[in-house]
Ligand binder design. Sequence first.
Ligand SMILES: [Zn+2]
Length: 135
Amino acid sequence: MISRCRFVRTDGTRCKITNALSEDGRCLHHDPARADRVQAIRSAGGKARARQQRRVVDSDLTPGPLETIADCARWAAWGAVSVSTGVLDWKTAQQVSNAINQVRQSVKGQHEEELEGLRAAVADLRARLESRDAA
Ligand SMILES: [Zn+2]
């Protein structure tokens, strides 16, 4: 015969748990001597769930527009503080980080185009100055 937890429920049926019984035949959940352990397990489970929960902030608590390289630096610093202090969950922080990198790449691309245009303009001006000096 398999031993079962000796706890009897209010409806008169016995607890069906057969594993991890105490010496006097009580399962983990019905053993007052192990109540602290059950509480610790529940608490750890609760903390693990809390860590997994999404944590976001209202838009007025973010560092503002995300359009320039300076904005990217401000957002990255804010994101680091927010995730390390638990204001943001790591998944949300990861998405914020991805958005920052996309904006940074986009702005960098615009800057490279502008720089090419400026280099061409400078080269044109130099050529004009040199041809004027030669004349
Ligand atoms: Zn039991």
